[in-house]
Design a protein around this ligand. Structure first.
Ligand code: C2E
Ligand code: CA
Ligand code: CA
Length: 528
């Protein structure tokens, strides 16, 4: 159905809506998935950091236990307690060495016995914990040192940085983890750095221990989010794309269906899709073409040529028929005027009009413009009003018809016999021709009553001095009958079907004697 067809690609809401409907679920889905990915990273980063904190706390428990056991031995001579120091190293899995200090000097170690090295309490966070980047035994190798003190003496236990490294690497293989002790930190490279670790690009968390002065920082690299997307959601993303495409197609189909007849007609008018077709009207006697009726066709981009009865009712209902008729008259004038030489003087051009045209006087201008395209007297414009929907004799309508008559425009009452026009009506509207409805012509030779009505109409028109046109003439019997009854003009498939302008002009040019007429140009031009 042409009135439901798609509009041409203009950037209207009809074009945009399917895109929006298609893209929206995809966007929403992607936003939800992204939120889920971020939440997942945050949760896992938090959980990993918590596990690392717990593990380091277990290591420090071991260290603090060893240091606290040895604390009462501080100040004892080293050779007396050296074995106790070594025993604590053996007993506690994570302890690498134990040491005793007094004042600012470390005087006894589990490794060497008597020793003498300076100790600075300020190196220890809260006086307890120090992340060292190596000592004299293993320089450059990370070491976590726990200090238990009583006054200016105490015990120190150490754990190898490798234990911390194993915790970082095994507990969170995908997570960026750092252990921070005061102003020092260590990442998965096992090297102790000064300052603060760089924050992670995604899901950065910092979790402090409640029992020891250290914290763990976790998070993910920028690329990890993409990895999660690729591993988690390829099927879901594909499904969303399919859903989006389906939604967009359904929406586009609905928009096409919902395209209002009014909008579709307006579009067609702007696109100049309404064309005049011409059906010749022949005169009695020699049956030469005395004129033609202009019949509207819609050259629809998808549906092809559309018959007027499928769209004229919409055009009338929506008030667009006036603009459409104006465009049709203009088209007709522009098509015929260059070949006006092919037309005999007084050639009738019939144009169908409706009640909408009679609400104001604009039709006068349309008719004047039409006639100005032709040499004076070459063309007689005939307006056809259907008897099916009679025009109200309002003062404006009557003035309009008065002025049309003064301009030389003729009036034909179309489909005559199907309505209830009165003699008064014919006079008021200054009707010149009656066009007998095709249904009566079709009954010639078949229905006695119709034929009787037909004969009455013919007699009536003769008495009123009206010209008479019979339309829908399809057979020779009908033609001969109408000729016998002195019907002035005939129109019908028997003579010619409605045809496009080029074909009409070609047929006019091909008539005997046509070449003698002035201004005749080759109609082939029209085909271009
Ligand atoms: P109409 O004004 O009565 O036009 C005559 C219709 O009869 C045309 O149909 C024509 O093709 C058809 N016809 C002609 N000879 C024969 C024949 O021998 N046998 C049969 N069966 N039909 C024949 P079309 O072109 O489909 O137009 C239908 C109607 O649409 C017209 O009836 C007219 O009421 C309306 N129409 C057409 N063009 C316009 C227009 O520009 N404006 C307005 N308002 N109405 C138009
Ligand atoms: Ca007509
Ligand atoms: Ca008719």
């Amino acid at each position: 159905m042409p009135l439901n067809a798609k509009r041409r690609a203009t950037l209207s809401w009809r074009t945009l809506l399917p895109w929006v409907v298609g893209v929206l679920p995809l966007m929403c889905g992607l936003i939800v998935m992204n939120w889920q990915v971020e939440r997942e990273m945050q949760t896992s980063s938090q959980a990993t950091a918590r596990q690392v904190v717990a593990h380091v706390e277990r290591i420090l428990d071991s260290l603090s236990k060893a240091a606290n056991v040895l604390l009462p031995l501080a100040r004892s001579p080293c050779d007396e307690v050296q074995l106790r120091l070594r025993a604590e190293v053996t007993r506690n899995a994570f302890v690498r060495s134990t040491n005793l200090f007094r004042g600012n000097s470390l005087y006894c170690t589990s490794l060497f016995g008597d020793f003498d090295e300076p100790v600075n309490p300020a190196d220890y966070v809260d006086g307890k914990l120090w992340l060292m980047d190596g000592n004299s035994v293993t320089p450059g190798h990370a070491l976590l040192v726990y200090r238990a003190s009583a006054g200016d003496q105490g015990a120190i236990s150490t754990v190898d940085g490798d234990h911390l490294l194993t915790a970082l690497r095994l507990i969170g293989p995908d997570v960026n983890l750092h252990i921070r002790v005061g102003n020092a930190w260590m990442g998965k490279d096992g090297i102790v750095h000064k300052g603060l670790p760089p924050p992670a690009a995604n899901a950065n968390v910092l979790l402090g221990s409640t029992r020891y002065p250290f914290s763990v920082q976790g998070g993910y690299d920028a690329s990890y989010q993409g990895q999660l997307w690729r591993s988690h959601y390829p099927a879901l993303v594909a499904l969303l794309i399919v859903l989006g495409v389906v939604a967009a197609l359904v929406c586009r189909w609905q928009v096409r269906r919902a395209s209002s007849p009014r909008a579709e007609l307006r579009r067609a008018l702007e696109a100049d899709e309404f064309l005049p077709y011409f059906q010749p009207v022949v005169r009695k006697g020699d049956f030469r073409w005395a004129g033609a009726e202009v019949l509207m066709r819609w050259n629809h981009p998808q549906e092809g040529l559309v018959r007027p009865d499928l769209f004229i009712p919409y055009a009338e209902h929506s008030g667009q028929i006036v603009a459409m008729t104006r465009a049709l008259m203009m088209h007709t004038a522009q098509s015929l005027a260059p070949y006006a030489g092919l037309l005999e003087d007084g050639f009738h051009i019939g144009v169908n009009i409706t009640a909408d045209h009679c609400r104001d006087l604009n039709l006068l201008n349309d008719c004047r413009t039409f006639l100005q395209h032709f040499p004076p007297g070459r063309v007689v414009l005939t307006l056809e009003l259907t008897e099916r929907k009679l025009i109200e004799p309002t003062p404006i309508a009557l003035e309009l018809f008065e002025k049309l008559a003064a301009m030389g425009v003729k009036i034909a009452l179309d489909d005559f016999g199907t309505g209830q026009s009165s003699l008064n009506y014919l006079r008021q509207f200054k009707v010149d021709y009656l066009k007998i409805d095709q249904s009566f012509v079709a009954m010639i030779g078949a229905d006695a009553l119709s034929v009787h009505i037909l004969e009455t109409i013919i007699e009536l028109s003769a008495k009123l001095g009206l010209g008479i046109v019979a339309e829908g003439v399809e057979t020779e019997a009908q033609r001969d009958y109408l000729a016998r009854h002195e019907v002035d003009f005939q129109q019908g498939y028997l003579f010619a079907r409605p045809m496009p302008a080029a074909q009409f002009l070609e047929a006019l040019a091909a008539r005997p004697g046509a070449a003698l007429l002035p201004q005749a140009a080759p109609p082939e031009i029209m085909r271009g």
